[in-house]
Design a protein around this ligand. Structure first.
Ligand SMILES: Nc1ncnc2c1ncn2[C@@H]1O[C@H](COP(=O)(O)OP(=O)(O)OP(=O)(O)O)[C@@H](O)[C@H]1O
Ligand SMILES: [Mg+2]
Length: 370
């Protein structure tokens, strides 16, 4: 699917401007962005549900720009889905198949198959008002899944589900995609959901593409401070710092908190430094003193919140490294942290773009040897 030069505005306000995008056939493509970034607008433009000011949209090499939504060969799950209240769940799901005159037993087989995947078999004879929000949402997904379009468009289809069911649905959606091998364009604002589903993620901010790549590319090499803070859970620590050359690399003065020595040479001046919570570790008394705030136990690891100087730091510590006395720490007590070897990111303070990504704590001599 190709989007060329797409421009959409509501009144005087441009939501998308000269927007270009190419999505490969069969790709599970996730559009990730915060509320109001233009995700739904983009999806509705592809579906033909809103007027566009300029641009072209191609599906399967056909220019569909001037086609009615029903002629674009797409199936859409809406953010605010609407089921037909006077029809049973079964009829809601099968409606589009009846319209194309699919034989009755084939319809039954398809509906049962999809209902099974989405755990709604027991609701097929009920009416929408008898279902919970999450169940209705799954009926909406089922209605799209029984069809055989070129492209599935899904706008936050799991937003009404509880955490456990959402997790299960992520798995089901991946297997569904593997089975049908169709292009899925999936919109969400949850990075965990995007990481779990996507072949490729597009991060959208105020109608513009900030970065596009595989989940690993975005996690390992965030090209922009927005992506750095958005991808990764808990989010990356972003600290103000100033870089200063010294004899064997660069001294990074972290504002009001201390400094870090980096072997690499990076441009001097004020910058943002990004440290993933996973590379902050606990240290003995020779570490960086920090004032303990609180911790969150996730079972497998513990997220510690503390302040170094004025700066709040998040650290994710594997459970086996947690000392027995951590639970006895009180707010404001002094503990010690260190930066473990790993990736450290530097971003330009005004543009937010990456300046340099370095491997902290791995000296160049050792790097050359292997
Ligand atoms: N019908 C409309 N009329 C005027 N402005 C609109 C309309 N629909 C959306 N907007 C505006 O366009 C911008 C993008 O909206 P859009 O619905 O595409 O965001 P979104 O990324 O889907 O957000 P969310 O995550 O909240 O669903 C927002 O600033 C919104 O207020
Ligand atoms: Mg939306």
């Amino acid at each position: 699917m190709i989007i060329e030069n797409l421009t959409v505005r509501y009144g005087e306000k441009y939501i998308l401007r000269n927007f270009d995008l190419k999505i490969d056939d069969g790709e599970f493509f996730v559009i990730l962005g915060s509320s109001g970034s233009g995700k739904t607008t983009l999806l509705r433009s592809i579906a033909g549900l809103i007027p566009i000011e300029d641009g072209h949209i191609y599906i399967d090499t056909n220019d569909v720009t001037d086609l009615y939504p029903s002629d674009r060969n797409i199936a859409m799950v809406f953010q605010n889905f609407a089921l037909y209240p006077h029809m049973s769940v079964y009829n809601n799901i099968s409606l589009n198949l009846k319209i194309i005159h699919m034989p009755k037993d084939e319809i039954r087989k398809k509906v049962n198959e999809v209902a099974n995947v989405l755990h709604i078999t027991q609701h097929l004879n009920k009416y929408p008002k008898q279902l919970s929000g999450g169940e209705q949402q799954r009926v909406g997904i089922a209605r799209a899944m029984v069809r055989n379009p070129s492209v599935f468009l899904m706008d936050e289809p799991l937003s009404n589900l509880d955490a456990k069911l959402r997790r299960e649905m992520l798995g089901e959606l991946r297997s569904f995609h593997e089975k049908v091998k169709k292009t899925i364009i999936y919109v969400c604002h949850d990075q965990d959901e995007a990481m779990a589903l996507a072949d490729r993620i597009l991060v959208l901010n105020q109608g513009k593409i900030v970065q596009m790549g595989t989940p690993d590319e975005l996690y390992d090499h965030p090209a922009d401070i927005f992506v750095a803070g958005f991808i990764g859970n808990p989010p990356m620590n972003v600290l103000e710092c100033e870089a200063e050359r010294d004899v064997s690399g660069t001294r990074i003065n972290v504002m009001n908190s201390g400094y870090l020595h980096i072997d690499d040479e990076i441009p001097e001046g004020e910058m943002y430094m990004g440290l993933r919570p996973e590379i902050i570790g606990l240290a003995d008394r020779d570490g960086i003193p920090a004032s303990f705030d609180y911790f969150i136990n996730s079972g497998l690891d513990v997220e510690i919140h503390a302040k170094v100087g004025d700066v709040s730091i998040r650290a994710v510590i594997p459970k086996e490294e947690i000392p027995a006395n951590l639970r006895e720490l009180h707010n404001g007590e002094i503990m010690h942290l260190k930066v473990k070897p790993g990736a450290v990111y530097f971003y330009n303070k005004s543009s937010g773009l990456i300046v340099k990504e370095v491997e902290y704590g791995v000296s160049r001599k050792i790097k050359k040897a292997d």
